[in-house]
Design a protein around this ligand. Structure first.
Ligand SMILES: Nc1ncnc2c1ncn2[C@@H]1O[C@H](COP(=O)(O)OP(=O)(O)OP(=O)(O)O)[C@@H](O)[C@H]1O
Ligand SMILES: [Mg+2]
Length: 466
């Protein structure tokens, strides 16, 4: 049931509006002045909407509004203003009120405005959460018929519905994030957010504000209140990725909050209680890291309630054909004009011989490149990258050496023809960016700001060999 807090110094308003809203199916709380309203919001569960009078003795409605927007920007506020006070009401909307209704109140506009405000806010919140979420579930399945993959799927089916915390370990690109998504979307929390925190990517000094959020003015540059990842994940799952890459200092901070499941925003004093399920992932050997004094043992034990190990691709080579076919299907859906429909059995054999240091991600990247570059309906041996055919090294290494040959602008400048120079530059530029992103086309396209399909065409037309 949605909860509305009505704030007015006139008792009759509190009573009549309260009764109307209850009839409409809302749960109603009331406050006779601003201070009481703020106290109620601070201590109790937050209302879904505040209906706020402007003229009140003591703290007036505008001041209350400002405080609410500062502390709880996600709660919509509808202002009630006396007849003829349109100017004040306009000021209120500038301060962040959703809308205003004029007194004396009549039923219809009151209900319609409240309904709109709640709908609008639900969309806003969903947007914020989607932006911070990893994937949008329901996610893709974990493909593979190997005993290891079957066991992994069974393990997920068993542990997902429990509330147990999970530690996923596995080499780069084995599918740890996919496992985390599969766990979340098979759990009772599936309709709540799955929020992703890449622990390795957050600078030490920002970690607290990233995880816990900050109040407006907490530090230079904190121009508005920001909700942290723990806040956003409330009721859902927090995916702590790359936990092996956190500094010891950050580990201590994370441990404290995992123990308490409550925190305050940076620069704030209010304690926020959260209910989150933690799934952590790492490609490091944490037991080794503990021995070396790089990882806290107490944090390890707290996170490692249920360990899930994702096996490297070289230990389940029988999954390669089905994975390749699935990737081809996926690329065909995105690029229906491409001629490729299948992969020859010789290519599959060659792929099975390779050691896949980059695991499923590397397999996906190589398949994508062959898909783009091959102009035939079947991918054959001559479509395999040269380094791949001759050696067992990582393909990303090949792309890197390509980029290393980049001599900057000099060769482009020696050209007299503009088109030729541009093509030369584009080729060097794209090869180097591909190498930076380990050959990942999607990531490269995003990082240089062009569409993935456009990048496909460029790679093909410029003959970028990786
Ligand atoms: N079993 C699988 N079936 C289908 N796709 C898979 C499977 N495993 C991994 N993938 C795909 O491989 C890519 C890499 O997977 P993911 O990002 O989950 O790996 P990761 O272990 O988190 O990698 P990293 O250690 O680099 O963070 C993704 O595109 C993912 O969809
Ligand atoms: Mg990952």
């Amino acid at each position: 049931m949605q909860k509305i807090l009505v704030v007015d110094d006139e008792n009759t308003i509190l009573e009549t509006v309260g009764a109307i809203l209850e009839d409409e199916g809302f749960q109603v709380a009331t406050a006779p002045d601003g201070e009481t309203a703020l106290k109620k919001m601070d201590s109790g569960p937050l209302p879904d909407l505040v209906l706020l009078d402007i003229w009140m003795p003591g703290m007036d409605g505008l001041a209350v509004l400002e405080k609410i927007k500062e502390q709880w920007p996600q709660v919509p506020v509808v202002i009630m203003s006396g007849h003829g006070n349109v100017e004040t009401a306009v000021r209120a909307t500038k301060l962040g009120a959703y809308d205003f209704i004029e007194k004396p109140l009549s039923l219809e506009p009151l209900i319609v405005t409240i309904g709109n405000a709640l709908k609008f806010q639900a969309l806003q919140n969903e947007n914020i959460i989607l932006k911070a979420s990893t994937g949008r579930g329901p996610v893709r399945e974990l493909t593979g018929t190997s005993p290891a993959m079957q066991a992994l799927r069974e393990q997920i089916a068993i542990v997902a519905p429990t509330e147990a915390w999970i530690l996923i370990s596995g080499e780069n690109g084995t599918g740890k994030e996919l496992v985390a998504q599969n766990v979340h979307y098979a759990s009772a929390r599936k309709d709540k957010p799955l929020i992703d925190v890449n622990c390795a990517a957050i600078p030490e000094e920002l970690i607290e504000s990233e995880l816990f959020g900050h109040e407006k003015g907490a530090f230079t540059g904190a121009s508005s209140m920001k909700r942290g990842k723990f806040d956003l994940a409330n009721g859902g799952t927090l995916f702590l990725d790359e936990i092996g890459d956190m500094s010891l200092k950050t580990q201590a901070k994370i441990l404290r909050i995992l123990q308490e499941q409550r925190f305050s925003r940076v620069g704030g004093s209010r304690t926020i209680k959260v209910d989150v399920r933690i799934i952590a992932a790492t490609n490091k050997d944490l037991e080794e890291a503990i021995k070396n004094g790089e990882f806290r043992e107490d944090l390890y034990f707290r996170l490692n309630v249920i360990p899930i190990e994702v096996p490297p691709l070289r230990d389940r080579r029988e999954d390669i054909p089905i994975l390749v076919n699935e990737f081809i299907e996926e690329f065909r859906r995105e690029n229906i004009k491409a001629p490729v429909r299948s992969v020859s059995s010789e290519v599959i054999e060659a792929l099975k011989q390779y050691d896949w240091p980059g695991n499923v991600r590397e397999l996906r990247n190589i398949t994508e490149r062959m898909f783009i570059l091959s102009g035939k309906s079947e991918i054959t041996l001559d479509d395999l990258p040269a380094t791949f055919r001759s050696g067992r090294g990582s393909n990303a290494g090949a792309a890197e050496s390509d980029a290393a040959s980049c001599a900057g602008l000099a060769p482009c400048l020696r050209c007299s023809d503009f088109r030729e120079a541009r093509a030369m530059f584009e080729k060097e530029f794209i090869a180097s960016k591909l190498a930076e992103n380990d050959g990942n086309i999607k990531k490269t396209a995003e990082s240089i700001g062009i569409e993935r399909r456009h990048l496909h065409r460029k790679i093909k037309s410029l003959g970028i060999v990786t």
